[in-house]
Design a protein around this ligand. Sequence first.
Ligand code: DX5
Ligand code: ZN
Length: 217
Amino acid sequence: MRPVIAPSLLSADPLSLYSQIEEIRGETEILHLDIMDGHFVPNITFGPFFAGAIKEKFPDLILDVHLMVTNPEKAIEWYMDSGADWVSFHIEATPHHHRYLSRIRERGKKAGLALNPSTPICLLEPSLPFLDFVLLLTVNPGFGGQKFIKEGLEKITRLKALKQEKGYEFLIEVDGGVKKHNIKTIARAGAEVLVAGSAVFSGEPLKNLLSLKEELE
Ligand code: DX5
Ligand code: ZN
């Protein structure tokens, strides 16, 4: 698959969100929405009501909900009820990976597991057959605008090799520190979905998005 960019709303201006999404809607297929609970990560963001409002106004865009919450069982249901199309939760946040991945798929959504930078790829192995995508964090989750942790490139390469070796079809999504200067390298390593927050939403979102897309061509 040709790599695609998933703009992350975390870095958008919260009081101009509608117009900022409107500005880029014709140039993206996906919106990445970071959900933080103040426990799993030291920050709090958007609730299910907010996710529902976005889906209602932009039904054609894939709503990619990244749950950075401990014990995600309830949150998974809330955000699916609100219209999430892709739902990922953290492998570090619960021991019930198979149960929740199955539940997400049962409801016709795409199921993903997210991994913190220090979590090894081998922990994913038992879950690989049940995954629609893997979300590799290349910053410590919690905030936008951080620097890409370069060791993440090796994880992407390893995951891609595992995917090819076993013939899996899950997508590799990379989240954190994706910028114009490194997006090509990250895509070449094997990222198929590239989350970009501050690289899109600082300054002029449409112009920024187009220039990131240009790098991928
Ligand atoms: C980090 C979030 C990211 C964040 C990325 O906790 O999961 O989605 O928005 O922001 P940038 O692209 O600025 O690193
Ligand atoms: Zn994210």
